[in-house]
Ligand binder design. Structure first.
Ligand code: FE2
Length: 298
């Protein structure tokens, strides 16, 4: 066997560069929540398996108080990461989950869930993110499930220079080269969801699996990736490679790094339903109107 066809484990990392910069756009959703839509999948923007990323950030109660009253989902996962504030999640099965500073809820809609996400504060700052991740065809009709992950259960990889990385999904490496595993592991899309907090001028290098879709979102401050500046509120879609290297700007930076294995399946979305065919969307609409979205027994 020729050895030149076998990738060497010591091969040099291939840096990922920013191929497209996207600026989050003002949007309104739920019962009138004002938010920033960082991206939404469309024909000209394929971020498979990611479908959408929203940031909600406001000191004004009028921007968030209406919340997200009862609504359905089918065919994908939603990940809510609260930075500040207090939100209550309730679903059709009677589950309740309180999300407070630093908490995460990883919800798998699967066949169907009907839930609400309502602010539990009448004033003060509310800030967080909601990410939508697609499910493969074989898992779109599995039973709904969710995990509430308290902030204390989200491990931190300490970096050199005083920075840190919270590992929500997948694995990061700390300053000593030790792997730090997040609470979410083993999903088909192999998601990597990291929140890096970087002091002024700090450099962060982290592995990103080759072939996986990846993007960086700058929540605060500014970063430089291969000499290209990304400011607060901008996302940088990354080209292929095995490693991301970035440097925090003059105010430091907080960034999200999202990566996932593409499903390479047809995507047909109608609002809160994301399926593979138009017929499956029609079925979801029929099931919802007949009260069987979440299963015949519910
Ligand atoms: Fe929802």
């Amino acid at each position: 066997m020729s050895t030149d066809t076998i990738a060497s484990p010591t091969a040099s990392p291939v840096q990922r560069h920013v191929t497209t910069a996207l600026r989050g756009q003002p949007a309104e959703d739920g019962a009138g929540v004002r938010l920033t839509r960082v991206f939404q999948a469309r024909s000209t923007l394929n971020l498979d398996p990611f479908l959408m990323l929203d940031e909600f950030a406001s000191e004004q109660a009028d921007d968030y108080i209406a919340g997200f009253p009862s609504h359905p989902h089918r065919g994908f996962e939603t990940v809510t990461y609260m930075l500040q504030g207090h939100m209550l999640h309730e679903d059709h099965l009677g589950h309740q989950g309180h999300l407070r500073d630093g908490d995460v809820q990883w919800m798998t809609a699967g066949r169907g869930i009907i839930h609400s996400e309502m602010p539990q504060q009448k004033e003060g700052r509310m800030r967080g993110f909601q990410l939508w991740i697609n499910l493969p065809a074989a898992e779109k009709m599995k039973p709904a499930a969710y995990r509430d992950i308290p902030a204390a259960q989200i491990p931190r990889a300490e970096l050199a220079d005083g920075g840190w990385v919270k590992v929500i999904a997948g694995t990061a490496t700390d300053a000593q080269g030790q792997s730090v595993h997040g609470p979410i592991q083993g999903l088909s899309t192999e998601p990597l969801y990291l929140h890096a907090h970087l002091p002024v001028g700090a450099r962060w290098q982290t592995a990103v699996p080759a072939g996986h879709t990846a993007l960086v979102y700058v929540a605060d401050g500014e970063v430089l990736i291969d000499g290209r500046a990304l400011h607060q509120g901008w996302a940088g879609v990354l080209g292929d490679g095995t490693q991301l290297s970035l440097t925090a700007g003059p105010q430091g930076a907080d960034v999200l790094l999202l990566a996932g294995k593409p499903l390479r399946e047809p995507v047909v979305q109608y609002g809160p339903f994301v399926m593979n065919t138009r017929e499956e969307i029609d079925q979801a609409l029929r099931d919802y109107s007949q009260g069987t979205l979440t299963g015949p027994e519910n």
